[in-house]
Write a protein that binds this ligand. Structure first.
Ligand SMILES: NC(=O)c1ccc[n+]([C@@H]2O[C@H](COP(=O)([O-])OP(=O)(O)OC[C@H]3O[C@@H](n4cnc5c(N)ncnc54)[C@H](OP(=O)(O)O)[C@@H]3O)[C@@H](O)[C@H]2O)c1
Length: 243
């Protein structure tokens, strides 16, 4: 039986991914800060797909517990998907180093730390897959959200390096780069309709990309072009732009 560990399982994107992988026959281990919030999801997934689903508590900021958490997973999952992230306090983090640290640790240090343990276990076994949800916000730092953006830039680079190191080890590492997605994270934002994806679309793109053995997945696909343009704007123009 195939088994997927989902970190940040209360995320709207993670919930959509849970359904997509469950429909393919995966059993699920749903890890979240507040696993009780997943009780209804568990029943729904079990009834719809006739799979095993269990929940486990996991706080990515509690890095001292990562090893014990990962070792407690028995059996070792076939794959792990990390959907953990936060933009909370992004603006305060521009003037408060403690808040900046929380953003960097939640979006970069914590996910990188737990995925390092998964990568090492998968490398030793010679099989597995790691799906990290980063963001196009990491492709270029912007004045309006650079605490979050810089953490995502680091996470994107981490996943790229991991993929490079694990090439030919039997472990697939996938970087997911969503643009705007309609979730709890963006509920107070005025999002452009045509550039905004629903969580189900993101999950479908991730699943398709995983099946095809892709390394980097932009979702919606148009964001690949948008980011290509944004990355090529000369710095002397970019610094004056309010993006
Ligand atoms: N929505 C977008 O437009 C967008 C765009 C690009 C990338 N992304 C990325 O997509 C991923 C999923 O986000 P989403 O849009 O689905 O938003 P979301 O629903 O707010 O999901 C964020 C998830 O991160 C979890 N989390 C936060 N801090 C944590 C911690 N210390 N330990 C463990 N879990 C923690 C949250 O858990 P709680 O339920 O306990 O808070 C929640 O499950 C994130 O990495 C996000 O950065 C989103």
């Amino acid at each position: 039986m195939k088994r997927l560990l989902i970190l940040g399982a209360t995320s709207d994107i993670a919930r959509a991914c849970a359904h997509r992988f469950a429909a393919d026959g995966f059993s699920l281990v749903l890890a979240a800060r507040k696993p009780d919030e997943l009780d209804r999801d568990v029943k729904d997934l079990q009834i719809r797909y006739d799979i095993e689903v269990k929940t486990v508590p996991f706080d990515v900021l509690d890095m001292e517990q990562h090893r014990a958490f990962f070792q407690s997973l028995n059996p070792l999952p076939d794959g792990v998907l990390c959907a953990i992230g936060t933009m909370n306090g992004n603006e305060d983090a521009m003037s408060d180093p403690q808040k900046l640290k929380v953003i960097l640790d939640t979006n970069l240090t914590g996910p990188a730390a737990i995925l390092t343990l998964a990568a090492e276990a998968f490398r030793k076994r010679g099989s597995g897959f790691i799906i990290g949800i980063s963001s196009v916000a990491g492709n270029r730092g912007r004045g309006t959200n650079y605490p979050y953006g810089s953490a995502k830039a680091g996470f994107t680079a981490f996943l790229s390096g991991l993929r490079n190191r694990l090439n030919k080890s039997g472990v697939q590492v996938i970087t997911v780069l969503p643009g705007f997605v309609r979730t709890r994270m963006t509920e107070n934002m005025d999002l452009p309709e045509k550039l905004t994806a629903e969580p189900d679309k993101v999950a479908a793109d991730i699943f398709k990309g995983w099946k095809k053995g892709k390394s980097v997945i932009y979702t919606k696909g148009i964001w690949r072009l948008i980011m290509l343009i944004i990355q090529h704007i000369p710095e002397f123009i970019f610094k004056r732009m309010k993006l």
